[in-house]
Design a protein around this ligand. Structure first.
Ligand code: UT7
Length: 315
């Protein structure tokens, strides 16, 4: 498979660190050195399905394909207002897709898990054109009285249109399952019979443990996959790393021994937009003509699960 088009869409409301410190015991001086985040886009009067649709239409336009040309749509999403149908169906109906649609919830590495599913369908000869949409609103998961989490996130959507080709060199997925490090609990409808606790609990995270997992998993994912492919780091032109925290990306860079210039960054004005982050960064780099034909791109992402994944693609 091969990337034919990219797209992204962001909410219009931009919230700076100073705006957060108007109602939270936090500051720009605390947030910037620990995370690299200065501002983030936050959903206010938009719907995540509209941002997903906008990103998908933009990727379709770049690919030269029409919605009816898509054979399969995968949407990576952690929360939406719809429990059913899946967000892929909601977005698909908006943009006029005519194909099967599935949702996945693999948290921040969702784009790489979606690429892996798409690749499997290509190998099986079942698809020609695939649309991946990563549409995320982690700000709707946070407890906005908890300064240790809500300052980290931003919302948005990114999309990729895939067509036939042999540009994916390899994909490797990894898990270290532990549902206690990042989680959020939903409230479901009450019934006359259910006797358990039904309270929603906003996002809970052990930041230090997740930080360590992220750096270790990303570094070993990248090194293991490059080794398996018989490639060296010299052959890598760009690392598109999940934009969770600038310090995480910096540590990965140090462990890999790779230069700053290979790591495009947009965390400063986006925050962590979960699985949308890699696709938004990809689209921004693509639209600024950063990639040359034949460049090698390495995608690496990590998050709740705990899950991580890496993909090596030729542009
Ligand atoms: O997609 C993956 C998602 N998750 C992540 O990427 C998170 C990975 N982890 C991290 O990025 C870092 O662990 C954080 C940025 C979340 C936290 O940085 P830290 O250096 O690990 O800080 P900490 O949690 O150990 O907190 C240090 C202090 C605490 O105060 P005390 O107990 O030392 O008095 C916190 O209460 O900083 C305090 N603190 C804050 N202060 C001002 C925590 N959040 C804030 C805040 N503003 N927003």
């Amino acid at each position: 498979m091969k990337i034919l088009g990219t797209g992204s869409a962001l909410p219009k409301k931009i919230v700076t660190n100073d705006m957060l410190s108007e109602f939270l015991d936090t500051s720009d001086e605390w947030i910037v050195p620990r995370t690299g985040i200065r501002s983030r886009h936050i959903i206010s009067d938009e719907k995540i399905e509209d941002l997903g649709a906008q990103a998908a239409l933009s990727a379709l336009e770049m690919s030269g394909l029409k919605p009816e040309d898509i054979d399969y749509c995968i949407c990576s999403n952690v929360v939406s207002e719809y429990v059913t149908p899946g967000l892929s169906c909601v977005i698909g109906a908006k943009i006029g897709l005519k194909c099967p649609c599935i949702d996945i919830n693999c948290a921040c590495p969702g784009f790489i898990y979606a690429l892996d599913i798409a690749e499997t369908h290509y190998i099986a000869g079942k698809v020609r054109n695939v649309l991946i949409i990563c549409a995320e609103q982690p700000t709707r998961m946070c407890d906005w009285t908890d300064r240790s989490t809500c300052v980290l996130f931003g919302d948005g959507a990114g999309a990729v249109v895939l067509g036939p080709g042999s540009n994916v060199k390899g994909i490797k997925l990894h898990s270290q399952l532990d549902a206690t490090k990042i989680w959020e609990r939903n409230s479901l409808m009450p019934t006359p019979y259910y006797e358990g606790d039904n309270r929603a609990i906003g996002l809970q995270m052990n930041g230090r443990e997740v930080f360590k997992f992220a750096v270790k998993a990303s570094t070993s994912d990248v090194e293991d996959l490059l080794n398996e492919l018989g490639m060296t780091k010299d052959q890598v032109d760009w690392y598109i790393v999940h934009q969770a925290n600038y310090r995480i990306i910096d540590a990965i860079k140090q462990y890999l021994g790779e230069p700053d210039g290979k790591f495009p960054i947009n965390i400063s004005d986006h925050g962590n937009s979960s699985s949308a982050s890699c696709t938004i960064l990809l689209d921004e780099c693509n639209k600024s003509h950063m990639f040359k034909e034949g460049n090698t791109l390495v995608f690496s992402a990590f998050g709740a699960g705990l899950l991580s994944g890496v993909a090596v693609l030729e542009w």
